[in-house]
Design a protein around this ligand. Structure first.
Ligand SMILES: [Cu+2]
Length: 382
């Protein structure tokens, strides 16, 4: 029966060797495609990789089946002398410790894919809250899993069979309950306070500049409206949308007449000012997402939404900080809103208040006398 053992071992080794060969071929195909850098209509390397995986699982399955059949028809069980509980326990330890190591490796490897550095006042608090929560949930995750697999080791076949029974210990339970409640309640209170900041929770400090702008979403672009010299956005009505008046501004309102509507694909924001963005949509659901400012709000047709934040780092400073001279903040649509959804992005320029004022004064207002008459005509026809 020794032959059986050799037969099994050599066939598994042979199959393993063949699989390594197939994987090497798939990798070579992948590298050849990458080096050719041609636009391939069909990615053959991906198919090869899938075949390698399917084959591997099939062969493993066949190996197990082969052993079963040999045991059934020859009565010879090569694993008869094995302590199966012990083997199971060891396999579980590999799964447990391997899983924990994989989690630590994965989180450290992908740490750079977390959100970019925060560039708003409330963003720093949100990051602080997240890091605070992670500082104890992450060690707890590791500890609980190590304990879980330690228990499997402890109670495996033999040494300790049964767990010890203890009467309910009310004092201990109460203690644990209180100990857990304190951080949970603290997180809830901090969360309510911090997450309300971008919604309605910020008031301008003394001498702090404020800016209210409007960002309007439509398939597939953003339009930004800045207030003119009066610092106030004027009225609009959806029935006035048409022709040149893309946002439906009511030019009979003097506050609308100096509003500025640049055709640029960028937003200008002054650093240190309390910026409020009014958001609306002309067609479908969109979503205004400013990841660096930890700011996100839906653009819903027929609904006025708003979000507020204080930018803390100018684009120039961020370029120095990241060492990337091409760095730019980004506004993205975070809602799959149609075929050209990917097109709904805009550069965000954060600059000093003076630079912002200078830039704004160089822009032309959207108002023209013809539009006022148009608007009046439309309004009288309503
Ligand atoms: Cu969109």
């Amino acid at each position: 029966m020794k032959v059986m053992r050799w037969l099994g071992a050599t066939s598994v080794l042979g199959v393993g060797w063949a699989q390594i060969g197939a994987a090497a071929k798939a990798r070579a195909a992948e590298m050849a495609l990458a080096s050719a850098k041609q636009a391939t209509a069909f990615d053959w390397s991906a198919v090869l990789w899938k075949l390698v995986w399917i084959e591997t699982f099939l062969i493993l399955f066949l190996c197990f089946r082969l052993v079963q059949l040999v045991v059934r028809y020859t009565g010879y069980d090569p694993f008869a002398k094995w302590d199966r509980d012990k083997a199971n326990m060891r396999l579980w330890l590999i799964v447990g410790i391997g899983g924990v190591l994989l989690a630590i490796w994965g989180t450290s490897k992908h740490a750079h894919l977390y959100l970019p550095e925060s560039a708003s006042l409330h963003g720093n608090l949100i990051d602080g809250l997240r890091n605070g929560i992670l500082s104890f949930t992450y060690p707890a995750f590791i500890l609980v899993h190590l304990l879980l697999f330690y228990m499997i080791w402890r109670y495996y076949n033999g040494k300790v069979h049964t767990a010890t029974y203890e009467e309910t210990h009310h004092g201990l339970e109460r203690g644990v309950l209180i100990a857990i409640s304190i951080p949970v309640v603290a997180i809830a209170i901090a969360g309510i306070y911090i997450w309300s900041l971008p919604v309605h929770g910020q008031k301008p400090a003394k001498d702090q500049h404020t800016l209210e702008i409007e960002v309007v979403a439509e398939q597939f672009q953003w339009r930004v409206r800045y207030p003119g010299a009066d610092g106030k956005l004027g009225r609009y009505h959806y029935t006035l949308v048409g022709g040149e008046n893309v946002l439906g501004l009511d030019f009979t309102d003097p506050k609308s007449q100096d509003d500025v509507l640049p055709s640029l694909k960028e937003i200008h924001l002054p650093v240190g000012a309390l910026v409020t963005i009014h958001v609306r949509s002309k067609d479908v659901l969109h979503s205004l997402f400013l990841p660096h400012f930890r700011t996100h709000v839906y653009a819903v047709p027929g609904q006025k939404n708003q979000v507020m934040f204080v930018p803390t780092i100018t684009t120039q400073e961020m370029r120095r900080k990241t060492g990337n001279p091409d760095f730019d903040y980004e506004l993205a649509c975070n809602q799959l809103c149609g075929g050209a959804h990917y097109n709904m992005r805009m550069k965000v320029v954060v600059e000093s208040w003076e630079e912002y004022q200078k830039w704004l004064s160089a822009q032309k207002p959207a108002y023209s006398p013809e539009q006022v008459t148009d608007a009046r005509k439309t309004a009288s026809n309503l």
